[in-house]
Design a protein around this ligand. Structure first.
Ligand SMILES: Cc1cc2nc3c(=O)[nH]c(=O)nc-3n(C[C@H](O)[C@H](O)[C@H](O)COP(=O)(O)O)c2cc1C
Length: 235
């Protein structure tokens, strides 16, 4: 099976032209042709990358991956995702310090020994500071329909979170297409108010995830997956 994508739009939005394409996928006479094997391999070779070269990511690439992320599907096409983008060392350090202080409070409450606390905090701090690009993915509560009852409120909230997760996945794939690497981390879920106040985000932006992004130092081998026989039934 071949999938032929339509001709170039020539803008950042819409399908990319072969000239704009940096993924190395084959292109012929202005049309980008992807085989299904290319696509499956592309999807199966994405890995979580946790160690990065210090090289900065050009702004055009940052805009391109975020634009592609916004092509994810969302409930009611409400596009409830919001992105806080940090590349300046000062901004990353401020966030890392604030999150570390909060992390320490949690670990102290759990009676974790001090030497372990110090090591865990140093590791979490250094992961944020050493990533060339940090993206905090938020869900904007303003985009949710309002219901009087708990059942529908809960469904609407889940829909919003599912939509935001879609853009997160699409962001990881756009990053993979650029030869960049990233890891999705869940730490903002444990300190949403700290992230919100440190970055001075609008009050309706609920931090859902933090992406650490950069050029990979190494690409780990593909991780085994559970076999379909364990996770699937024909109903
Ligand atoms: C919702 C979510 C939260 C995650 N949180 C973390 C995290 O906090 N720290 C981390 O190192 N990796 C985190 N990961 C990455 C997973 O550990 C990783 O996707 C998984 O081990 C499979 O490896 P792969 O992405 O290389 O295929 C998270 C992934 C998802 C989807």
């Amino acid at each position: 099976m071949n999938i032929s994508m339509p001709s170039p739009s020539g803008t950042m939005e819409g399908p990319l032209t072969s000239e704009q394409d940096k993924s190395g996928l084959s292109s012929e006479s202005g049309r980008l042709t992807l085989t299904s094997i290319d696509l499956h391999n592309f999807l199966r070779t994405r890995r979580s990358i946790r160690r990065f070269k210090p090289d900065p990511i050009p702004e055009s690439v940052i805009k391109s991956i975020l634009t592609t992320a916004t092509y994810a599907p969302s409930a009611h096409h409400r596009q409830p995702w919001r992105f806080a983008v940090l590349s300046a060392p000062k901004a990353k350090t401020r966030l890392a310090d604030a999150m570390a202080a909060d992390f320490r409070r949690d670990l102290e409450k759990d009676n974790v020994p001090e030497n372990e606390i110090v090591a865990m905090i140093a590791r979490s701090r250094s992961r944020i500071v050493s990533a060339p690009l940090v993206v905090i993915l938020c869900a904007d509560a303003c985009e949710m329909d309002i219901y009087p009852d708990t059942r529908r409120k809960k469904a609407e909230f889940i829909m919003t979170v599912q939509s935001v997760a879609n853009t997160g996945m699409q962001l990881l794939l756009a990053i993979h297409a650029e030869g960049l690497g990233a890891v999705w981390t869940c730490s903002p879920l444990f300190a949403p108010e700290i992230v919100q106040s440190t970055l001075e985000l609008p009050k309706t932006w609920e931090p859902q995830a933090m992406f650490l992004i950069g050029y990979p130092i190494e690409i780990p081998a593909v991780r085994e997956r559970k076999p379909l026989s364990e996770i699937m039934v024909f109903a």
